[in-house]
Design a protein around this ligand. Structure first.
Ligand code: CTP
Ligand code: MG
Length: 229
């Protein structure tokens, strides 16, 4: 049976930490809105059949830009949290239980085609699925309320979760239906809650999430360098 791969991109956040007049996914970067880079990278992955972006129903920015991304599907079903935006998008795209869904943050605009292809190649035969992630490179400290180090954590076995996170549509829907709680901060944690163990696939540092204004210079440098080369 052939496998189908669908990219689902939650983009219904307000970018509170970034601030500014419009959500960070609409900032101009290398001549395009930030999330154009995200969506066009996913659209250039040959294995991916559908690219679906989830906007807030109140989104007033999307329609003011040219997207020219072939086949891009737009859903205005975003919810108050990222997990709710993903769950609503997943329900609206009406997948087959067996389809692979790659959930990717709109704000990770420096994702490369090669990283997505590596994720797909390593997980296509996996019974559970998994995610791109990075081994923690630095020594990790726990702070006390006064901002002093209370302990140093062993970093052995610690990874930083990125996206895409790739799971079968049926299993992901079941995992997200378990409801909202604060420990569910990504798709993998919902999958873990139902007793499964997502696989970690090593990604790269360029696939960081634009979160604060200080992240913009690095994203711009990476995108401009790719465009130039
Ligand atoms: N997201 C979403 N629906 C929400 C919240 C977030 O679709 N209710 C999306 C964001 O648009 C973003 C991705 O999830 O692409 C990762 O979230 P994050 O980086 O936290 O973005 P925001 O929630 O917009 O930013 P902040 O937390 O600073 O408000
Ligand atoms: Mg957020």
């Amino acid at each position: 049976m052939t496998q189908r791969f669908i990219a689902l991109v939650p983009a219904a956040g307000s970018g509170a930490r970034f601030g500014g007049p419009s959500p960070k996914q609409y900032l101009q970067l290398s001549g395009r809105p930030l999330m154009w880079h995200t969506l066009s990278t996913l659209a250039r992955v040959p294995a991916i059949e559908r690219v679906v972006v989830v906007l807030s129903a109140q989104d007033e920015w999307f329609d003011s830009f040219e997207w020219d991304i072939d086949g891009l599907e737009v859903l205005r079903v975003g919810g108050p949290t990222r997990a709710e935006s993903v769950a609503a998008g997943l329900a609206a795209l009406n997948p087959q239980a067996n389809d692979w869904v790659l959930v990717h943050d709109a704000a990770r605009c420096c994702l490369s085609v090669a990283a997505v292809e590596k994720l797909i190649a390593e997980l296509a035969d996996d019974p559970v699925g998994g995610l791109l992630a990075l081994p923690v490179p630095d020594t990790v400290k726990r702070a006390d309320p006064a901002g002093r180090v209370s302990s140093t954590l062993p970093r052995t076995g610690l990874w930083l979760a990125q996206t895409p996170q790739m799971f079968r549509a049926g299993v992901l829907a079941e995992a997200l239906a378990g409801g909202q709680d604060e420990s569910i901060t990504d798709e993998a944690s919902a999958i873990e809650r139902i007793g499964l163990k997502p696989r970690l696939v090593e990604g790269d540092a360029a696939n960081f999430k634009v979160t604060w204004p200080r992240d913009l210079a690095l994203a711009r440098a990476i995108l401009d360098a790719r465009k130039g080369g």
